[in-house]
Design a protein around this ligand. Structure first.
Ligand code: 4NP
Length: 165
């Protein structure tokens, strides 16, 4: 699909890497497999509070209700090398995107973007942090993430030569 023939490398980033970005990773993996779209995916947090932990039980539960198993994921923090390794670092909200732009090394090559920028009528919108919310907040986050992933896959299909291979 590219000059180098490699899969698109995508890193989803939120604050804690226990709620939103693990859901994005899980939805992207399931959707890309269904579409036979070659991607290499991971997720990470800007914060270090939850390193090594499983996703939040409420995130595992909402994913499971939608047929997706994210229970094997473990939280990690972003690394400087991510900015050179990934084709895209996809932030789940605007404050995370600001942090990524601030942290990006001068030679970072990853495209830094916001997930919901891929959704018509939603550019600039956040996937609201469900951490202090209830199950409804987790369902809303998953619903937004699904829309964002569908749009992201459309974008990847339209610009396949952006991968580092
Ligand atoms: P996430 O949610 O960024 O979607 O993983 C959060 C998880 C933990 C915290 C904040 C947001 N926290 O403050 O510990």
């Amino acid at each position: 699909m590219t000059v180098q023939g490699g899969p698109a490398r995508i890193l989803f980033v939120c604050l804690g890497n226990i709620c939103r970005s693990p859901l994005a990773e899980g939805v992207m993996r399931a959707t890309a497999i269904d579409a036979a779209f070659p991607v290499e995916i991971d997720s990470a947090g800007t914060g270090d509070w939850h390193i090594g932990k499983k996703p939040d039980p409420r995130a595992i539960a909402v994913a499971a209700r939608h047929g997706i198993d994210i229970s094997a994921q473990r939280a990690r923090q972003i690394r400087m090398s991510d900015f050179g390794y990934y084709d895209r670092m996809v932030a789940l909200d605007a404050s995370v995107l600001r942090d990524l732009r601030r942290l990006a090394p001068a030679d970072g090559t990853a495209l830094l973007e916001l997930l919901l920028d891929h959704v018509p009528h939603r550019p600039g919108d956040d996937v609201a942090d469900p951490y202090f919310g209830d199950d409804t907040a987790f369902e809303a986050a998953l619903s937004d993430i699904r829309l964002g992933i569908d749009g992201l896959l459309r974008s990847l299909a339209e610009s396949p030569d952006q991968t580092k291979g």
